[in-house]
Design a protein around this ligand. Structure first.
Ligand SMILES: [Zn+2]
Length: 274
């Protein structure tokens, strides 16, 4: 099954790369080659951080969850339900996905977290390479949160790998610059986060950026009434207001951004509505 997902991931990436060229959803502002190169450097630092920090903490933790029967999904009440294995995995994936929705909201509202998450948002265009462009600091900071998710939910190694695969496929898909037929998007957005949905979250208009927080299943935005699909992509300016030029988003600028005071980034911090 794991091999099936690996093959699906590789084929998905290939199909996505072709479709982004053939059927782009948004017109791009920067040269693709330069931007993708920059995003890949940020992505490599991120991958190294996950390899060195997240893996060695989270994987052993899932084994402890399995051995010691920790977390919500291993409580006596859940055991009495005798859920079949596929449903147990589905529950773990859904709960990981929902708690990631909450984490995403926090990254826009807590000033310290926003400093790091903003590196993902200042990209002037949005495509599959943006999906990989998370500052290594954000990935490091999220490790304790991920550990809490795993222990509180009760995620075992197999469920974790299903969630990771689902999340990887989903974020590549909804960041991609692929124009799907509108009717497909409308139908699909009942289940999954779609490129138009996530494009609205990346808008430099604060009232639009506080929508579509989900990372996998779109149901969380539907339930929290943060779902939006009614803004045409041509009207959206991708990025953070005030950060509009290539000069502001060069590699040294974005890597050091969380550690500097950037007024445009601070001004874009989301205040909870009253
Ligand atoms: Zn965001």
């Amino acid at each position: 099954m794991k091999n099936f997902f690996r093959i699906a991931l590789s084929l998905g990436v290939l199909a996505g790369l072709v479709l982004e060229r053939k059927r782009p959803l948004r017109r791009e502002r920067e040269s693709k080659l330069r931007r993708n190169g920059r995003n890949l450097v940020v992505a490599s630092l991120g991958a190294l951080t996950v390899h060195l920090l997240e893996g060695p903490v989270i994987r052993p933790l899932t084994r402890s969850v399995e051995r010691q029967r920790l977390g919500l999904l291993n409580t006596d009440m859940m055991k009495k339900l005798r859920l079949p294995r596929p449903l147990q995995i589905l529950s773990a994936v859904a709960l990981m996905d929902y708690t990631l929705y909450l984490w995403h909201v926090l990254t826009h509202r807590v000033p310290f977290l926003w400093r790091f998450h903003a590196v993902h948002h200042v990209d002037l265009d949005l495509d599959a390479s943006t999906a990989l462009r998370f500052h290594f600091g954000e990935l490091a900071i999220s490790v304790p949160y991920r550990a809490a998710q795993v222990v509180l939910i009760g995620v075992d190694p197999e469920a974790l790998s299903y969630w990771q695969t689902f999340l990887s496929l989903s974020i590549l898909f909804h960041h991609s610059n692929i124009r799907l037929p509108r009717s497909w998007e409308s139908a699909l957005s009942w289940i999954l986060v779609t490129p138009r949905m996530h494009g609205i979250h990346h808008s430099n208009e604060p009232s639009e950026a506080i929508t579509n927080w989900s990372s996998g299943l779109a149901v969380w935005d539907r339930l929290h009434r943060t779902f939006r699909l009614n803004i045409p992509q041509e009207k959206i300016h991708i990025g953070v207001k005030g950060i509009d030029t290539e000069k502001q988003v060069q590699l040294p600028e974005i890597l050091t951004q969380p550690f500097r005071n950037v007024p445009e980034v601070t001004a874009f911090l989301q205040k909870p509505e009253r």
